[in-house]
Design a protein around this ligand. Structure first.
Ligand SMILES: Nc1ncnc2c1ncn2[C@@H]1O[C@H](COP(=O)(O)OP(=O)(O)OP(=O)(O)O)[C@@H](O)[C@H]1O
Length: 265
């Protein structure tokens, strides 16, 4: 399905970040998991064509989207990628139906074709949005807005769905409902997905494989269909990340142990 091997650097006046990631999978649902600032979003942007890597290749279902050696850089609109942003990014002045149809129109073709309109209607029905098709996004709940964003990402019949923390701004109950929606959509429409998440439950419930990020690199690949790997992920990621033992914290630790009557090891 997807084969990514890219190196890219981003910098502004004060900082620089180097991404050097490599992963390939045939799994229908892959998660990118790792700490904040480790390069997950940059990876999705490179796949979508919003960031041009310095070197490497990106292949999707045998189609080359980027190849530095061959001089290939397919422009974003031709990549057939559905991108779901963390913040939904719905257009406030457009109705639900117009938001979903947005990618099907352009300045010289204002109305979608009849088959495209049927496809949009099927998405509205499938996501339970038909009754609010003419409403504006601000009148919808967070979960409904997220469904509109998901339907919009699917409207152009993408080859892959890129999901950037799709449930981040939802409460736990809505998260659970949306996970089920996403799993249903994935199997109904048969579209592979690549999802960034910080939530171990997203990984355990949705993903077939997880690529673990650290400082701009993929450091681990976890097969979620393997029972021991699942247990490892559940235990490893459920606990809070280790806290840095600064000299001040070490001193505090010693003081507290001392105050509790325990001897320092
Ligand atoms: N245009 C840019 N100029 C300079 N630094 C950048 C630029 N874009 C991203 N970065 C830096 O690159 C690093 C990786 O960013 P990225 O958004 O990919 O992280 P992430 O793993 O998706 O984080 P999060 O999980 O918080 O979304 C961050 O330190 C970010 O500040």
């Amino acid at each position: 399905m997807i084969d990514v091997d890219v190196r890219l650097s981003v910098a502004d006046r004060n900082r620089r970040f180097d991404l050097a990631v490599r992963f390939a999978t045939d799994a229908p649902f892959a998660a990118l998991y790792g700490p904040s600032g480790s390069g997950k979003t940059l990876t999705l942007q490179a796949i979508a064509g919003l960031q041009r890597p310095d070197e490497g290749h990106i292949r999707l279902d045998g189609r080359t989207l980027y190849d530095s050696a061959a001089g290939i850089h397919v422009p974003p609109p031709q990549r057939r990628i559905g991108y779901l942003f963390q913040s939904y990014a719905l257009f406030p002045h457009l109705s639900v139906r117009e938001n979903i149809s947005f990618g099907l129109t352009s300045w010289h073709r204002r109305r979608p074709s009849a088959p495209e309109r049927d496809h949009v209607q099927a998405l509205l029905d499938s996501f339970g949005l038909a009754s609010m098709a003419d409403s504006r996004p601000h009148t919808l709940s967070g979960g409904q807005q997220q469904r509109v964003a998901l339907a919009r990402a699917l409207a152009c019949q993408p080859q892959v769905l890129l999901l950037d923390e799709p449930f981040a701004s939802l409460n736990p109950m809505l998260r659970q409902a949306l996970r089920q929606d996403l799993a249903r959509v994935r199997s109904t429409w048969g579209i592979p997905a690549l999802m960034i998440t910080h939530d171990v439950d997203d990984v355990l419930e949705l993903a077939d494989v997880a690529f673990v990020y650290r400082q701009g690199q993929v450091v681990q690949e976890i097969n979620l269909h393997d029972a021991s790997s699942r247990d490892y992920a559940r235990q490893e990621w459920a606990s809070p990340p280790p806290r840095e033992q600064s000299p001040l914290r070490q001193k505090l630790h010693r003081m507290l142990l001392g105050a509790g009557g325990a001897r320092e090891a």
